[in-house]
Design a protein around this ligand. Structure first.
Ligand code: PLP
Length: 394
Protein backbone atom coordinates (compact mmCIF):
# COMPACT_ATOMS: atom_id res chain seq x y z
CA UNK A 1 0.00 0.00 0.00
CA UNK A 2 1.36 3.45 -0.87
CA UNK A 3 1.51 5.71 2.17
CA UNK A 4 1.50 9.48 2.02
CA UNK A 5 4.99 11.02 2.02
CA UNK A 6 4.34 12.69 5.36
CA UNK A 7 4.39 9.28 7.06
CA UNK A 8 8.12 8.80 6.42
CA UNK A 9 9.26 11.15 9.21
CA UNK A 10 6.79 10.12 11.88
CA UNK A 11 8.32 8.69 15.04
CA UNK A 12 6.98 6.62 17.91
CA UNK A 13 7.17 6.32 21.67
CA UNK A 14 9.55 3.62 22.86
CA UNK A 15 7.68 3.03 26.14
CA UNK A 16 4.80 1.37 24.29
CA UNK A 17 7.19 -0.75 22.21
CA UNK A 18 9.39 -1.77 25.15
CA UNK A 19 6.30 -2.75 27.15
CA UNK A 20 5.17 -4.97 24.26
CA UNK A 21 8.62 -6.62 24.10
CA UNK A 22 8.59 -7.18 27.85
CA UNK A 23 5.14 -8.73 27.72
CA UNK A 24 6.22 -11.06 24.91
CA UNK A 25 9.12 -12.20 27.11
CA UNK A 26 6.77 -12.74 30.05
CA UNK A 27 4.54 -14.87 27.84
CA UNK A 28 7.46 -17.29 27.51
CA UNK A 29 7.51 -17.68 31.30
CA UNK A 30 10.28 -15.17 32.14
CA UNK A 31 9.92 -12.85 35.11
CA UNK A 32 10.12 -9.17 34.15
CA UNK A 33 10.13 -6.11 36.42
CA UNK A 34 8.52 -3.20 34.60
CA UNK A 35 10.31 0.11 35.01
CA UNK A 36 9.44 1.39 31.54
CA UNK A 37 5.97 2.58 32.39
CA UNK A 38 5.21 6.31 32.23
CA UNK A 39 2.11 6.21 34.39
CA UNK A 40 1.35 6.19 38.10
CA UNK A 41 0.79 2.71 39.51
CA UNK A 42 -1.95 4.12 41.77
CA UNK A 43 -5.67 3.81 41.17
CA UNK A 44 -7.68 6.80 40.02
CA UNK A 45 -9.03 8.29 43.31
CA UNK A 46 -12.26 6.58 44.46
CA UNK A 47 -14.31 9.82 44.43
CA UNK A 48 -13.45 10.33 40.75
CA UNK A 49 -14.38 6.78 39.76
CA UNK A 50 -17.63 7.14 41.68
CA UNK A 51 -18.41 10.41 39.90
CA UNK A 52 -17.91 8.70 36.50
CA UNK A 53 -20.25 5.84 37.42
CA UNK A 54 -22.87 8.28 38.63
CA UNK A 55 -22.50 10.36 35.45
CA UNK A 56 -23.07 7.26 33.32
CA UNK A 57 -26.25 6.48 35.23
CA UNK A 58 -27.38 10.08 34.92
CA UNK A 59 -27.10 9.91 31.13
CA UNK A 60 -23.83 11.72 30.38
CA UNK A 61 -23.43 9.47 27.38
CA UNK A 62 -23.93 11.87 24.46
CA UNK A 63 -21.82 14.35 22.52
CA UNK A 64 -20.84 17.40 24.52
CA UNK A 65 -19.68 20.90 23.45
CA UNK A 66 -16.53 20.59 21.32
CA UNK A 67 -14.44 22.87 23.56
CA UNK A 68 -15.43 20.90 26.67
CA UNK A 69 -18.23 20.97 29.27
CA UNK A 70 -18.58 24.51 30.66
CA UNK A 71 -18.38 23.23 34.25
CA UNK A 72 -15.08 21.51 33.50
CA UNK A 73 -13.62 24.51 31.67
CA UNK A 74 -14.54 26.64 34.69
CA UNK A 75 -12.98 24.14 37.10
CA UNK A 76 -9.78 23.97 35.04
CA UNK A 77 -9.54 27.76 34.89
CA UNK A 78 -10.07 28.05 38.67
CA UNK A 79 -7.50 25.33 39.36
CA UNK A 80 -4.93 26.90 37.01
CA UNK A 81 -5.49 30.35 38.52
CA UNK A 82 -4.83 28.89 41.98
CA UNK A 83 -1.89 26.63 41.15
CA UNK A 84 -0.21 28.14 38.12
CA UNK A 85 -0.44 31.74 39.29
CA UNK A 86 -2.02 33.50 36.32
CA UNK A 87 -5.54 34.69 35.70
CA UNK A 88 -6.72 31.70 33.63
CA UNK A 89 -10.08 32.20 31.92
CA UNK A 90 -12.54 29.45 31.13
CA UNK A 91 -13.05 30.72 27.57
CA UNK A 92 -9.37 30.00 26.86
CA UNK A 93 -9.60 26.36 27.98
CA UNK A 94 -10.02 23.56 25.45
CA UNK A 95 -10.57 20.03 26.74
CA UNK A 96 -8.97 17.28 24.66
CA UNK A 97 -8.39 13.51 24.98
CA UNK A 98 -5.08 13.56 26.92
CA UNK A 99 -2.12 15.90 26.90
CA UNK A 100 -0.77 14.57 23.61
CA UNK A 101 -3.37 16.15 21.30
CA UNK A 102 -2.30 19.57 22.61
CA UNK A 103 1.14 18.97 21.07
CA UNK A 104 -0.35 17.81 17.81
CA UNK A 105 -2.87 20.65 17.59
CA UNK A 106 -0.27 23.28 18.54
CA UNK A 107 2.06 22.09 15.79
CA UNK A 108 -0.71 21.74 13.22
CA UNK A 109 -1.98 25.22 13.99
CA UNK A 110 1.37 27.01 14.10
CA UNK A 111 4.17 25.25 12.23
CA UNK A 112 4.83 24.31 8.60
CA UNK A 113 7.65 23.90 6.10
CA UNK A 114 10.28 26.60 6.61
CA UNK A 115 9.45 26.98 10.30
CA UNK A 116 11.56 25.75 13.18
CA UNK A 117 10.45 24.11 16.39
CA UNK A 118 12.88 24.22 19.30
CA UNK A 119 12.46 21.31 21.72
CA UNK A 120 14.31 19.60 24.60
CA UNK A 121 16.74 16.73 23.94
CA UNK A 122 16.37 14.38 25.68
CA UNK A 123 12.65 15.02 25.73
CA UNK A 124 9.25 13.48 25.13
CA UNK A 125 9.72 11.83 21.69
CA UNK A 126 6.45 13.13 20.28
CA UNK A 127 7.75 16.74 20.14
CA UNK A 128 10.30 15.90 17.47
CA UNK A 129 8.08 13.37 15.71
CA UNK A 130 5.16 15.76 15.32
CA UNK A 131 7.34 18.74 14.37
CA UNK A 132 8.74 16.63 11.53
CA UNK A 133 5.27 15.35 10.62
CA UNK A 134 3.93 18.87 10.03
CA UNK A 135 6.94 19.64 7.82
CA UNK A 136 8.76 21.94 10.25
CA UNK A 137 12.41 21.59 11.20
CA UNK A 138 12.92 20.21 14.72
CA UNK A 139 15.81 21.97 16.49
CA UNK A 140 16.94 20.29 19.73
CA UNK A 141 18.34 22.03 22.79
CA UNK A 142 20.38 19.85 25.12
CA UNK A 143 19.29 18.94 28.62
CA UNK A 144 22.32 17.54 30.44
CA UNK A 145 23.17 16.03 33.79
CA UNK A 146 26.02 18.59 34.07
CA UNK A 147 23.38 21.31 33.92
CA UNK A 148 21.19 19.68 36.54
CA UNK A 149 18.77 18.52 33.79
CA UNK A 150 17.70 22.14 33.32
CA UNK A 151 17.87 24.34 30.25
CA UNK A 152 21.17 25.96 29.26
CA UNK A 153 19.93 29.45 28.47
CA UNK A 154 23.06 30.44 26.55
CA UNK A 155 22.59 27.53 24.17
CA UNK A 156 18.86 28.24 23.84
CA UNK A 157 19.53 31.90 22.95
CA UNK A 158 21.67 30.74 20.04
CA UNK A 159 18.99 28.41 18.66
CA UNK A 160 15.99 30.74 18.59
CA UNK A 161 15.74 32.93 15.49
CA UNK A 162 13.11 34.58 13.28
CA UNK A 163 12.09 31.18 11.83
CA UNK A 164 11.31 29.70 15.25
CA UNK A 165 7.54 29.41 15.62
CA UNK A 166 7.30 27.20 18.66
CA UNK A 167 9.55 26.78 21.71
CA UNK A 168 8.68 23.68 23.72
CA UNK A 169 9.54 23.51 27.40
CA UNK A 170 8.71 20.65 29.75
CA UNK A 171 9.12 21.08 33.49
CA UNK A 172 9.09 18.80 35.46
CA UNK A 173 10.50 16.80 32.60
CA UNK A 174 10.18 13.42 31.04
CA UNK A 175 12.62 11.57 30.84
CA UNK A 176 15.00 13.33 33.25
CA UNK A 177 12.81 14.49 36.13
CA UNK A 178 14.53 17.90 35.81
CA UNK A 179 12.71 21.02 37.02
CA UNK A 180 13.43 24.52 35.69
CA UNK A 181 14.04 27.09 38.42
CA UNK A 182 12.17 30.38 38.59
CA UNK A 183 15.23 32.12 37.23
CA UNK A 184 15.39 29.66 34.26
CA UNK A 185 11.74 30.40 33.49
CA UNK A 186 12.32 34.16 33.79
CA UNK A 187 15.18 33.97 31.29
CA UNK A 188 13.11 31.86 28.87
CA UNK A 189 10.32 34.43 29.19
CA UNK A 190 12.72 37.24 28.44
CA UNK A 191 13.87 35.40 25.30
CA UNK A 192 10.27 34.88 24.17
CA UNK A 193 9.39 38.54 24.64
CA UNK A 194 12.29 39.45 22.35
CA UNK A 195 10.87 37.23 19.54
CA UNK A 196 7.34 38.34 18.67
CA UNK A 197 6.68 35.46 16.22
CA UNK A 198 7.40 32.82 18.82
CA UNK A 199 4.83 30.88 20.84
CA UNK A 200 5.70 28.72 23.86
CA UNK A 201 4.28 25.25 24.36
CA UNK A 202 4.65 24.69 28.11
CA UNK A 203 4.15 21.00 28.86
CA UNK A 204 3.15 21.06 32.54
CA UNK A 205 1.72 17.55 32.73
CA UNK A 206 4.00 16.75 35.74
CA UNK A 207 3.44 20.15 37.37
CA UNK A 208 1.96 18.70 40.58
CA UNK A 209 4.74 16.12 40.98
CA UNK A 210 7.58 18.23 42.39
CA UNK A 211 9.89 16.91 45.11
CA UNK A 212 12.36 19.77 45.49
CA UNK A 213 11.89 23.42 44.63
CA UNK A 214 8.74 24.73 42.97
CA UNK A 215 6.84 24.47 39.72
CA UNK A 216 6.74 27.82 37.95
CA UNK A 217 4.35 28.18 35.03
CA UNK A 218 5.82 30.46 32.38
CA UNK A 219 2.27 31.75 31.73
CA UNK A 220 2.40 33.45 35.15
CA UNK A 221 5.15 35.86 34.04
CA UNK A 222 4.20 39.32 32.75
CA UNK A 223 3.18 39.23 29.09
CA UNK A 224 3.55 35.48 28.72
CA UNK A 225 -0.06 34.36 29.16
CA UNK A 226 -0.80 35.68 25.64
CA UNK A 227 2.22 33.86 24.25
CA UNK A 228 1.88 30.47 25.92
CA UNK A 229 -0.01 27.27 25.21
CA UNK A 230 -0.25 25.53 28.56
CA UNK A 231 -0.52 21.75 28.21
CA UNK A 232 -1.80 19.88 31.24
CA UNK A 233 -4.17 17.07 32.08
CA UNK A 234 -5.39 14.38 34.41
CA UNK A 235 -3.19 11.45 33.33
CA UNK A 236 -0.34 11.82 35.80
CA UNK A 237 -1.79 13.99 38.62
CA UNK A 238 -4.89 11.86 39.14
CA UNK A 239 -3.56 8.54 37.79
CA UNK A 240 -6.04 8.76 34.91
CA UNK A 241 -3.88 7.75 31.91
CA UNK A 242 -6.54 5.42 30.55
CA UNK A 243 -9.30 8.02 30.72
CA UNK A 244 -7.70 10.21 28.04
CA UNK A 245 -8.38 13.57 29.66
CA UNK A 246 -6.21 16.61 29.01
CA UNK A 247 -6.50 20.29 28.25
CA UNK A 248 -4.89 23.35 26.76
CA UNK A 249 -5.06 26.89 28.12
CA UNK A 250 -4.55 29.09 25.10
CA UNK A 251 -3.83 32.61 23.90
CA UNK A 252 -7.11 34.00 22.55
CA UNK A 253 -6.23 33.72 18.81
CA UNK A 254 -5.66 29.97 19.15
CA UNK A 255 -9.01 29.03 20.72
CA UNK A 256 -10.90 28.99 17.43
CA UNK A 257 -8.20 27.03 15.50
CA UNK A 258 -8.00 24.47 18.33
CA UNK A 259 -11.80 24.19 18.29
CA UNK A 260 -11.73 23.48 14.57
CA UNK A 261 -9.04 20.84 15.03
CA UNK A 262 -11.17 19.21 17.75
CA UNK A 263 -14.22 19.18 15.46
CA UNK A 264 -12.16 17.76 12.60
CA UNK A 265 -10.61 14.99 14.68
CA UNK A 266 -12.36 13.84 17.85
CA UNK A 267 -15.56 15.98 18.09
CA UNK A 268 -15.34 16.16 21.88
CA UNK A 269 -14.07 14.26 24.91
CA UNK A 270 -16.25 11.56 26.50
CA UNK A 271 -18.93 13.35 28.52
CA UNK A 272 -19.01 11.16 31.62
CA UNK A 273 -15.20 11.41 31.89
CA UNK A 274 -15.50 15.19 31.88
CA UNK A 275 -18.05 15.12 34.69
CA UNK A 276 -15.63 12.94 36.70
CA UNK A 277 -12.77 15.33 35.90
CA UNK A 278 -14.72 18.16 37.58
CA UNK A 279 -14.78 16.00 40.71
CA UNK A 280 -11.02 15.34 40.35
CA UNK A 281 -10.28 19.08 40.41
CA UNK A 282 -12.85 20.22 42.95
CA UNK A 283 -12.96 17.19 45.30
CA UNK A 284 -10.46 16.22 48.02
CA UNK A 285 -6.79 16.25 46.93
CA UNK A 286 -5.47 13.90 49.63
CA UNK A 287 -4.81 11.03 47.20
CA UNK A 288 -2.68 13.25 44.97
CA UNK A 289 -0.63 14.47 47.94
CA UNK A 290 -0.15 10.90 49.21
CA UNK A 291 0.95 9.72 45.76
CA UNK A 292 3.51 12.51 45.44
CA UNK A 293 4.87 11.75 48.94
CA UNK A 294 5.27 8.08 48.03
CA UNK A 295 7.01 8.98 44.75
CA UNK A 296 9.51 11.08 46.65
CA UNK A 297 10.33 8.24 49.06
CA UNK A 298 10.78 5.85 46.14
CA UNK A 299 12.95 8.33 44.29
CA UNK A 300 15.37 8.38 47.20
CA UNK A 301 15.46 4.57 47.38
CA UNK A 302 16.15 4.26 43.64
CA UNK A 303 18.79 7.01 43.50
CA UNK A 304 20.70 5.52 46.46
CA UNK A 305 20.43 1.99 45.08
CA UNK A 306 21.67 2.97 41.62
CA UNK A 307 24.53 5.12 42.87
CA UNK A 308 25.84 2.14 44.86
CA UNK A 309 26.38 0.26 41.57
CA UNK A 310 29.83 0.83 40.01
CA UNK A 311 29.59 2.51 36.60
CA UNK A 312 26.16 4.06 37.24
CA UNK A 313 25.78 7.73 38.11
CA UNK A 314 22.32 8.86 39.09
CA UNK A 315 21.49 12.51 39.74
CA UNK A 316 18.64 13.33 42.13
CA UNK A 317 15.75 14.54 39.97
CA UNK A 318 13.56 17.29 41.40
CA UNK A 319 10.25 16.13 39.89
CA UNK A 320 8.08 13.64 37.98
CA UNK A 321 8.58 9.89 38.67
CA UNK A 322 11.64 9.13 36.57
CA UNK A 323 15.37 8.90 37.14
CA UNK A 324 17.76 9.20 34.23
CA UNK A 325 21.05 7.61 35.31
CA UNK A 326 24.17 7.71 33.17
CA UNK A 327 25.23 4.12 32.55
CA UNK A 328 28.11 4.61 30.10
CA UNK A 329 30.54 3.98 32.96
CA UNK A 330 29.61 0.30 32.62
CA UNK A 331 31.18 0.25 29.15
CA UNK A 332 27.97 0.14 27.06
CA UNK A 333 25.54 2.72 25.72
CA UNK A 334 22.16 3.41 27.28
CA UNK A 335 20.27 1.67 24.46
CA UNK A 336 22.43 -1.43 24.62
CA UNK A 337 22.16 -1.41 28.44
CA UNK A 338 18.35 -1.35 28.19
CA UNK A 339 18.23 -4.14 25.58
CA UNK A 340 20.56 -6.43 27.45
CA UNK A 341 19.08 -5.68 30.86
CA UNK A 342 15.71 -6.93 29.63
CA UNK A 343 17.08 -10.02 27.89
CA UNK A 344 19.65 -11.02 30.49
CA UNK A 345 18.22 -9.78 33.79
CA UNK A 346 14.47 -9.35 33.24
CA UNK A 347 14.27 -5.63 34.02
CA UNK A 348 12.59 -3.39 31.48
CA UNK A 349 13.90 0.19 31.30
CA UNK A 350 14.14 2.55 28.31
CA UNK A 351 17.34 3.43 26.49
CA UNK A 352 17.97 7.18 26.71
CA UNK A 353 18.60 7.38 22.95
CA UNK A 354 14.86 7.03 22.38
CA UNK A 355 14.47 10.51 23.88
CA UNK A 356 17.10 12.17 21.66
CA UNK A 357 20.82 12.06 20.93
CA UNK A 358 21.80 13.84 24.12
CA UNK A 359 20.36 10.97 26.17
CA UNK A 360 22.49 8.24 24.59
CA UNK A 361 24.59 7.49 27.68
CA UNK A 362 21.54 7.16 29.91
CA UNK A 363 18.54 4.97 30.60
CA UNK A 364 15.14 6.10 31.84
CA UNK A 365 13.79 4.32 34.88
CA UNK A 366 10.23 4.94 36.01
CA UNK A 367 9.79 4.44 39.74
CA UNK A 368 6.01 4.26 39.43
CA UNK A 369 6.00 0.76 40.89
CA UNK A 370 6.10 -0.72 44.40
CA UNK A 371 9.10 -0.38 46.71
CA UNK A 372 9.45 -4.21 46.64
CA UNK A 373 9.67 -4.21 42.85
CA UNK A 374 12.20 -1.40 42.98
CA UNK A 375 14.39 -3.23 45.50
CA UNK A 376 14.28 -6.42 43.42
CA UNK A 377 15.08 -4.45 40.25
CA UNK A 378 18.09 -2.76 41.86
CA UNK A 379 19.41 -6.21 42.86
CA UNK A 380 18.99 -7.49 39.32
CA UNK A 381 20.63 -4.39 37.84
CA UNK A 382 23.59 -4.71 40.25
CA UNK A 383 24.09 -8.38 39.29
CA UNK A 384 23.76 -7.53 35.59
CA UNK A 385 26.38 -4.76 35.83
CA UNK A 386 28.72 -7.02 37.82
CA UNK A 387 28.37 -9.59 35.00
CA UNK A 388 29.24 -6.97 32.37
CA UNK A 389 32.67 -6.60 33.93
CA UNK A 390 33.39 -10.27 33.29
CA UNK A 391 31.65 -10.85 29.94
CA UNK A 392 32.61 -9.61 26.50
CA UNK A 393 30.39 -6.69 25.48
CA UNK A 394 28.21 -7.41 22.43
N1 PLP B 1 3.81 15.21 28.10
C1 PLP B 1 4.77 14.46 28.68
C2 PLP B 1 6.06 15.07 29.01
C3 PLP B 1 4.52 13.11 28.95
O1 PLP B 1 5.46 12.37 29.53
C4 PLP B 1 3.27 12.56 28.58
C5 PLP B 1 2.98 11.13 28.80
O2 PLP B 1 3.82 10.31 29.06
C6 PLP B 1 2.34 13.37 27.96
C7 PLP B 1 2.63 14.70 27.75
C8 PLP B 1 1.04 12.84 27.44
O3 PLP B 1 0.09 12.66 28.40
P1 PLP B 1 -1.34 12.02 28.03
O4 PLP B 1 -1.23 10.57 28.37
O5 PLP B 1 -2.29 12.77 28.89
O6 PLP B 1 -1.59 12.22 26.58
Amino acid sequence: MRLADRMTGIGSESAFEAAARARALEATGRSVIHLEIGEPDFETPANVRKAAKRALDEGWTHYGPFLGLPALREAIAADATRRKGFDARADRVVVVPGGKPVMFFALLALAQAGDEVVYPDPGFPIYESMARFVGAKPVPYAITQEHDFRVDLDELEGLVNERTRLLIINSPANPTGGVFTRSDIERVADLVLRHPELTVLADEIYGRIVHDGEHVSIASLPGLEERTIVLDGFSKTYAMTGWRMGYAILPEPLVDPFGKLVINSVSCVSSFSQVAAVEALTGPQGDVDAMVREFRARRDIVVDGLNAIPGIECAVPAGAFYVFPRVSGTGITGDSFADRLLDEAGVCVLGGGAFGHAGGDHVRISYATSRENLAAAIERIAAFVAGLGTSTPR
